[in-house]
Design a protein around this ligand. Sequence first.
Ligand SMILES: C[S@@+](CC[C@H](N)C(=O)[O-])C[C@H]1O[C@@H](n2cnc3c(N)ncnc32)[C@H](O)[C@@H]1O
Length: 358
Amino acid sequence: MNSETFFLADRLLREGDARSAANAFRDIVEAVPEHVAGWRKYAEALEKLGNHDEAASATQKGNAVEADHITEVGSSLFFHGDEKRAKSFFTHALALDEDCLSAHWLLGEYYSNLDDKKTALHHYRRCMEIAPDRQGPSFMIAALGEEASPDRAPDDYVSGFFNWYAEHFDSHLTDNLKYTGPQEVARALRQARPDGLEHVIDLGCGTGLAGVALEGLAARLTGVDLSAAMLERAKATGVYQDLVEQDLVNALSVQPAESAEAAISVDVLIYLGVLAPVFVELARVLADNAIFIATFEEGVDIEDWELSSSGRYLHSENYLRKLAADSGFGVVSISRTTLREEYGVPVPSLIATFEKRR
Ligand SMILES: C[S@@+](CC[C@H](N)C(=O)[O-])C[C@H]1O[C@@H](n2cnc3c(N)ncnc32)[C@H](O)[C@@H]1O
């Protein structure tokens, strides 16, 4: 399908051959379902033929496609810090298609950030109505305190979010959010093991920012992530020998015992509340004296962990110390730092280094 096909179909319509035009436009939208003008013209041809119901349905499809395009532009603005303009795109999208899932989802996030819980909940509930099989909306409703917090974020929420975010991830995090986590963790690992390592596992490797910062330190670097789109980018860095698309606990559970000398996890354990399964598996997979360096969002005045309204989990320093003691790790250090910002505000973070005891 090319633009010539479209103009030929349009000429048929202008010349009064609505039947042939409708057939041609139907072929166009079947071949390219995101062709907004194709849907519009198809609806016009159907209307001329007196097929009002089909015309209305084609108009609705065109609106839905256009609403998705508009939301995509808005999401780009959103990720680059222009939330107000982004919101007007999302609202415009909903005026075209009141069931536009991505617009409701992003408006949920927009209002949640403004602490307008009621409006945020409205949009997340609309997401649940539109896509009842998705787990993200009910997770965010729990994050807003309306339901009990699950132990961890649902896999399909994490993979869905990062598959969609992958394209913007590096530039958004490093330019807009002043993200330094991968560099800080890589620096800590290089300092702790300056002579190099045989095998390092990067849990939740994302696009590979930490892998790149670690280049040359390990003979073998394994990256694990739930998001295929993030892994594609990690692969393109060329620094990982193995990449595994799986939940990190499941991926660890199939690694041989004592098969790595270090593991890192940068800005990932914020998607899990209960961390005992991670520490238990790491204790099995890591060799004696192996090192585990991870970052966390710090929860002050909380017992162990808490799901925050951002949809990320906070952990207390005490909880990390308890986990380490219970699973056979010593705590080398836990320090306070800022690994990134959120809406211009530094996010209080912890960077922790654990060593597996003999
Ligand atoms: C904020 S990104 C950080 C990526 C990378 N570590 C970095 O610092 O650039 C979080 C990553 O963790 C992954 N992730 C979250 N939960 C996970 C899980 N349970 N198992 C595997 N990957 C997970 C996400 O898919 C995403 O790529």
